[in-house]
Design a binder for this molecule. Structure first.
Ligand SMILES: Cc1cc2nc3c(=O)[nH]c(=O)nc-3n(C[C@H](O)[C@H](O)[C@H](O)COP(=O)(O)OP(=O)(O)OC[C@H]3O[C@@H](n4cnc5c(N)ncnc54)[C@H](O)[C@@H]3O)c2cc1C
Length: 479
């Protein structure tokens, strides 16, 4: 990018909000996704909508690319710069503009940290359920762009279930508003839901209206350890068919448990093969009743240890085991490839079996944890990107895992997004007509392809040929 263009950008955002030293560019060349990195031309922190619109107009005129970015915790490479790009960091847009206790809504800027919003609304007796494991750092803008899930997805759903309205600058520089505070609104196409999950490719979010619900009156957190994996998975399945709906139902395998214990010293029994962490919430009586059912299921399925917490401190301690899973696994080897395979929830045990098979066949170390209640497993390969042959094996293992996931009726990503990491696999779940429709939409909204190009859509899809999607026609990813 030539100096004249950079000067024009600097004129728009001011010297204090423009960074292009090697150190600054390096700091924004990656996110939490391993194996991907690219230097941007510069990094800017726009302060108002006019500045964003002007940058967008300049990008169209001078043909450079823009990559919106929140906290950079994404796990599919969505905020990693692309060629000839400027990173637009939205973390300064961190004001909670309004908490409307009458309408149960929060209106926020996109850079508000998810955990901060949760804490603020809870002070008023309200509740914002989406709870990604990264909630202490990730932003609402990143959550909306990725349609983030999290630990409470089973009972409460994901980000899209709480987005009521959006405001964004389109790739042509114009401001688009969708939705608002109305609980019901069917005027025209549902553009709001279409924007959620668009991964920074259709516009730059500047405001979001979120639905809040009353804070549950009471809760219990229960953790159970199983000496045999089969018992753990049977307990998981028994809970699903018991019609109890926990707010949280999380799973950890032995590798993950051991890493967590070594990292956080929580006093957990390290010999367990499988762990289930449950949170029940709601009205007191209901929680008590459900706690008894869960305890019975755990005992019946030979849990070796069951711990129950009903104070906030004890509960946080139990949940720390799950929340620290990723960080704990990341200490084992230099490269942590965390994936996001998702199947219909009853197929979760079969998915886990396939991951174990891949680990064995390719002689790789995997830790497994995830949102068991949602059928969303995070198979995590602990490897070293300097070891080419091991990385090649890891790719083959994940090809196998995704192939098997789709055969089980699942999808390549339940919550992390397609971004760079999954784009080659998209056609396997969306089918050729689906991908074509998405590409057409992108080309109409972003005529010059300036906004986060190269994400979601692949130039070399792993599955070619004639799909509409049919499980039996899927070719192996590495074929
Ligand atoms: C330890 C850890 C645990 C995690 N746990 C979970 C989990 O439980 N569930 C889950 O779903 N994810 C999880 N994630 C992934 C990640 O935190 C989420 O995807 C999150 O939504 C990303 O938010 P962010 O602010 O970091 O966005 P970024 O990573 O900065 O960006 C993500 C995407 O959003 C776009 N974007 C950001 N801001 C804007 C904006 N203002 N306008 C338009 N586009 C924008 C970017 O271009 C990019 O495509 C985890 C990550 C880590 C590191």
């Amino acid at each position: 990018m030539n100096k004249t263009i950079k000067s024009k950008i600097k004129e728009i955002v001011g010297n204090n909000n423009f960074f292009d030293s090697n150190e600054d560019r390096l700091s924004y060349s990656f996110d939490a996704t391993p194996l991907y990195q690219q230097l941007p031309e510069a990094v800017v922190f726009p302060e108002n909508k006019e500045e964003i619109s002007k940058i967008v107009e300049l990008a169209n005129a001078e043909k450079f690319n823009l990559v919106p970015r929140g906290a950079g915790t994404g796990l599919s490479g969505g905020s990693i710069p692309v060629e000839n790009s400027i990173v637009l960091v939205m973390t300064k847009w961190n004001n909670i503009l309004e908490i409307d206790t009458a309408n149960h809504t929060a209106t926020v800027q996109p850079g508000v940290v998810t955990g901060t919003l949760q804490n603020e609304v809870e002070k008023l007796g309200l509740f914002y359920p989406p709870d990604p494991g990264s909630s202490s750092v990730c932003t609402i803008g990143g959550n909306v762009a990725n349609n983030a899930g999290g630990l409470r997805g089973l009972k409460y759903g994901v980000t899209k279930n709480y987005v009521m309205g959006t405001e964004m600058i389109l790739p042509n520089g114009k401001l688009l508003k969708t939705g608002g505070k109305n609980l019901k609104d069917v005027a025209g196409y549902n553009l709001k839901d279409f924007i959620v999950g668009s991964e920074g490719t259709l516009g730059i979010l500047t405001k979001v209206v979120l639905k809040l619900i009353p804070k549950p009156k009471s809760f219990t957190t229960i953790i159970a350890f199983f000496d045999k994996m089969i018992d753990c998975l049977n307990a998981d399945f028994s809970i699903i068919i018991s019609f109890v709906t926990p707010a949280m139902m999380e799973f950890l395998d032995k590798t993950t448990l051991n890493c967590v214990e070594e990292y956080a010293n929580l006093g957990l029994p390290k010999n367990a093969e499988g762990v289930l962490l449950i949170e029940l919430d709601g009205r007191g009586e209901e929680v008590k009743e459900d706690t008894e059912i869960i305890k019975r299921i755990f005992t019946h399925n030979n849990a070796s240890v069951i711990k129950i917490a009903d104070t906030l401190t004890e509960s946080s301690k139990l949940k720390a085991a799950r929340r620290s899973a990723f960080s704990a696994l990341a200490r084992v080897k230099p490269t942590t490839i965390l994936e996001d395979a998702t199947v219909p929830r009853a197929e979760f045990p079969l998915l886990l079996e396939k991951v174990q098979q891949a680990a064995k066949d390719y002689d790789l170390l995997f830790g497994n944890f995830g949102h068991a209640g949602d059928g969303n497993l995070h198979p995590t390969c602990l490897t070293d990107e300097r070891n080419n042959s091991e990385i090649e094996k890891a790719h083959k293992a994940f090809d196998f895992i995704f192939n098997e996931t789709i055969k089980l009726g699942g999808t390549i990503t339940g919550e992390h997004g397609t971004g760079l990491a999954k784009k080659d696999f998209l056609v396997n779940v969306a089918g050729i007509p689906g991908v074509e429709m998405m590409k057409k939409i992108k080309s109409v909204i972003d005529e010059n392809n300036i906004l986060n190009p190269g994400k979601i859509f692949s130039n070399s899809p792993r599955c070619e040929g004639t799909l509409p999607f049919n499980k039996n026609q899927i070719r192996p990813f590495n074929g």
